[in-house]
Design a protein around this ligand. Structure first.
Ligand SMILES: NC(=O)c1ccc[n+]([C@@H]2O[C@H](COP(=O)([O-])OP(=O)(O)OC[C@H]3O[C@@H](n4cnc5c(N)ncnc54)[C@H](OP(=O)(O)O)[C@@H]3O)[C@@H](O)[C@H]2O)c1
Length: 250
């Protein structure tokens, strides 16, 4: 399928995991993808692997300075963005008592401020028929100990799906979200857990998943690309759960 021939996507956090998978599939289907990440090393490596239709911007989704510079950076490659996948992010496991002001700010900056100002800044490049897709999380539905700030931040993003859908209606920009369950990515590397703790956490999680396996990043990418495509032309203000029903069957 070549659903995105001559189209341009901006994917925040595209050096790894779901963002990378979305970039890869978007390019396979004829498009070009601009990915962001925090370091030149990870961005350059991903762009090299994705090939000549990939472009990279070093931009921290939690930095207001970087967010305000994003439009200029994107305009080096294109004047039109057909898909924004607001995806950059990570969580940190912290008991309530251990959460400091800096932790609170850090997570809300990356997970809430980031997607808000990414879409705001790129709006001038978005025409009728384009899409903004937010990446939320199953953590908004199932409670997890030590994950209060992350879950609250992702709930704020759920709210953007609805409010942006309302406000951008007249411009013909469709706004939707994808809510992943437990997906096999590098997400745990940023949580503050060591290698053994990560492996233990994953082994504890798997039996709780109705399909008894983590999802693949490509399974999220399939959904994001569907939402961005013409096939989803009547879908607006929606959030699709891609979680093997973990939010339903408990
Ligand atoms: N994996 C899961 O089970 C799961 C479930 C629900 C929701 N999510 C959400 O899915 C999104 C993608 O995560 P993932 O699971 O694909 O994890 P991942 O493999 O760790 O990828 C995260 C991506 O975000 C980028 N990133 C992180 N912080 C950033 C920042 N401040 N500015 C710019 N880029 C940043 C990383 O790039 P660099 O390291 O190069 O900066 C990387 O490309 C996140 O929002 C996460 O909260 C994940």
């Amino acid at each position: 399928m070549q659903r995105f021939k001559n189209k341009f996507a901006l994917i925040t956090g595209g050096t790894n995991g779901m963002g990378y998978a979305v970039a890869q599939q978007f390019i396979e289907e004829g498009g070009s993808a601009i990915i962001t990440g925090r370091s030149k090393k990870t961005v350059d490596r991903a762009v090299e692997n994705l090939g000549e239709k990939a472009f990279g911007i070093v931009s921290d989704a939690g930095s207001m300075k970087d967010l305000m510079n994003l439009e200029n950076q994107v305009r080096k490659y294109t004047d039109t963005i057909d898909l924004i996948f607001a995806n950059a992010g990570y969580g940190k496991f912290m008991p309530i008592e251990n959460v400091g002001e800096n932790d609170f700010e850090e997570l809300f900056n990356v997970l809430v401020r980031g997607p808000f100002f990414t879409v705001q800044q790129i709006l001038p490049l978005m025409k009728k028929g384009s899409s903004a897709i937010f990446n939320t999380s199953v953590a908004t539905e199932i409670t997890m100990p030590n994950f209060s700030i992350y879950s609250a931040a992702k709930s704020a993003v759920q709210s953007f799906i609805k409010t942006f859908a309302t406000e951008l209606l007249e411009r013909g920009i469709r706004v939707n979200g994808v809510s992943p369950g437990h997906i096999k990515t590098n997400i745990f590397n940023n949580t503050g857990l060591n290698k053994e703790q990560i492996e233990e956490a994953i082994q504890n999680i798997i039996p709780t998943i109705p399909f008894k396996r983590q999802g693949e990043p490509s399974e999220i990418a399939n959904t994001v690309l569907f939402l961005a495509s013409e096939e989803a032309s009547y879908i607006h203000g929606a959030e699709i759960k891609v979680d093997a029903a973990i939010s339903v069957i408990r």
